[in-house]
Design a protein around this ligand. Structure first.
Ligand SMILES: Cc1cc2nc3c(=O)[nH]c(=O)nc-3n(C[C@H](O)[C@H](O)[C@H](O)COP(=O)(O)O)c2cc1C
Length: 146
């Protein structure tokens, strides 16, 4: 199993409604390719975690990089992983802006995640970060697969 994390900057015209529409299509595609993951939106920044077959994930990442709805797509990490963190989710989504009780403590970490080569972010803490996100999302919607 392969996982990849990137961050990007949302175009100001790419708003919540349009993001939801994009997600509907993304989930259909991801489901057909056995790709799961999570997209976080935080103050105009996307951080996405993709997991699945390496070739399929990289093929999707190539498409995402070309997408004009965001810019400055930058790979943050990639690695072999033993198991999925988001196995119930064709693509979970969390908007961390505004009043979001579930994610409020993660905001702090999301902020750090966006820092350039932060020393704080060794591999272990990145893994911990996504495990925490997955726990929160599953707690929030335990029976919902998307
Ligand atoms: C932030 C962001 C995340 C995206 N995540 C996915 C995704 O997980 N799966 C997906 O199929 N498309 C995703 N897309 C959309 C792709 O960039 C692309 O539009 C889609 O794969 C359709 O590509 P195609 O028309 O070349 O087939 C994402 C786009 C953005 C801007």
């Amino acid at each position: 199993m392969f996982s990849l994390v990137y961050k990007s900057i949302a175009k100001p015209s790419f708003k919540q409604e349009a993001i939801q529409e994009m997600l509907e299509l993304a989930r259909i595609y991801n489901n057909s390719q056995g790709i799961t993951g999570c997209l976080l939106y935080y103050e105009g920044i996307f951080i996405q975690y993709l997991e699945g077959n390496q070739i399929k994930v990289l093929k999707l990442f190539d498409k995402i990089k070309e997408d004009l709805r965001h810019t400055q797509v930058r790979l943050l990490s990639h690695s072999e992983v033993e198991q999925r963190e988001f196995k119930e989710w064709d693509m979970a989504f969390e908007n961390c802006d505004g009043e979001n009780e579930h994610m409020s403590f993660l905001k702090l970490f999301a902020n750090d995640y966006t820092e350039e080569e932060s020393i704080f972010w060794g591999r272990t803490s990145k893994v911990t970060f996504w495990k925490e996100v997955s726990k929160l999302i599953n707690k929030k919607s335990p029976l919902k697969s998307n």
